[in-house]
Design a protein around this ligand. Structure first.
Ligand SMILES: Nc1ncnc2c1ncn2[C@@H]1O[C@H](COP(=O)(O)OP(=O)(O)O)[C@@H](O)[C@H]1O
Ligand SMILES: [Mg+2]
Length: 348
């Protein structure tokens, strides 16, 4: 069967197991988020985590980013299953799979496999999630086969210091994993992936666990020309991810004594910049402020150029090209700023 999704760009291969029909045992419910239910499963004798995506359009449409897409394109580029498949396919292609919990391919659960899950399941809402009714049941459910990890599944309703500390430490458990998270995020941006939802339920010990909101180049919302002409480009730039990582580091610091606090950041704090006098002038115009702030984290996934055989020498070249492009845009921005005398960044 073909790789998915069938649009230009990276495509994820089907999970093959040992070949033939997959024998799936549903062992234990692991957790769920907005987009999917995750189960511990045994497939052909080996243990995995199976992430099964809900039907329905539970994603932000491209129009919110001033990009118009057809209905079909909207599904292909914005649906959580396709977003996650494309991101994993890109990691595989660029040989950077170490930044995430490994994914071994997709499967489409047929009626027989769904029946098996229904027998064991007490948590999923089958009518709402997978449109079950008397007349209709069993459209294939899209799923990703991932490595199973021991993940502290703190319930959304659990409150208090202890629950929060568990949330923090499942994502970052030491300064070393915090550093790794910073590096891993930079790797994503370099190879053209914008994560868009970095938080402590989507990160496991510095590695990414969930890509269901990520955009991967080539992507209509990651077009440099469109982004630079937009009035509100903030959510399409790498700085959003950098800001989320910094929030996570901030959470770590809240729960640790001064000796164990982390002082490095992915980007300059927005609050700090706003307090600077040189910035307060610029902040009057929020668009310029965003561009200026963006310079604090110059890694821009939209500037990565996707090429189908992006490996080996070609990959190294694209890494150099990307760095050069980021630097060039930064330089250019500065020049305009000096010319203005006000040091206001205008997109190149
Ligand atoms: N590989 C895994 N091993 C163990 N638990 C997992 C794994 N992947 C996900 N989970 C659990 O399932 C929950 C939801 O998964 P996630 O991929 O974040 O779904 P969503 O896209 O709906 O947010 C996670 O918070 C975690 O508790
Ligand atoms: Mg999640």
């Amino acid at each position: 069967m073909e790789s998915l999704p069938q649009i230009p760009g990276p495509q994820l291969a089907r999970f093959r197991g040992q070949g033939g029909a997959l024998d799936i045992d549903f062992l234990q419910y692991l957790g769920s988020g907005v987009h999917a239910h995750v189960w511990k499963v045994r497939i052909d004798g080996a243990i995995y985590a199976l992430k099964m995506f809900r039907f329905g359009n539970n994603f932000t449409p491209a129009s919110c980013f001033h990009v118009e897409l057809s209905d079909e394109e909207e599904i292909m580029y914005m649906h959580p299953f396709n977003c996650e498949s494309r991101a994993y396919a890109r990691l595989h292609e660029a040989n950077e799979e170490h930044v995430a919990i490994p994914c071994y391919g997709y499967i489409l659960l047929d009626q027989e496999q769904q029946k098996r899950l229904r027998k064991r399941d007490t948590t999923c809402d089958w009518v709402k999630d997978w449109y079950y009714s008397d007349a209709y049941a069993g459209r294939p459910v899209q799923a990703l086969v991932k490595e199973f990890i021991e993940y502290d599944n703190v319930g959304a309703r659990e409150r208090g210091l202890d629950a929060n500390l568990r949330r923090v430490t499942r994502a970052i458990d030491s300064p070393k994993t915090a550093r790794a998270l910073l590096d891993n995020m930079a790797t994503l941006h370099r190879i053209g992936i914008l994560h868009r939802d970095i938080n402590n339920s989507n990160v496991a010990q510095g590695r990414f666990l969930d890509f269901s909101t990520s955009w991967t180049k080539p992507h209509p919302c990651l077009d440099p020309e469109q982004i630079e002409s937009s009035d509100s480009p903030f959510h399409q730039l790498g700085i959003t991810d950098a800001y989320d990582v910094d929030l996570m580091i901030g959470h770590w610091n809240q729960y640790h004594p001064p000796k164990r606090r982390l002082w490095f950041r992915a980007a300059q704090s927005q609050e700090y910049l706003k307090r600077l006098r040189s910035y307060s002038k610029k902040f009057k115009d929020s668009r310029n402020f965003i561009w200026e702030w963006t310079q604090e984290y110059p890694g821009r996934p939209d500037l990565c150029r996707w090429e189908s055989e992006d490996m080996g020498a070609k990959q190294r070249r694209s890494k150099r090209d990307w760095r050069k492009q980021c630097l060039r845009r930064k330089e250019k921005a500065k020049q305009i700023g000096q010319h203005d005398g006000l040091k206001i960044y205008q997109p190149a």
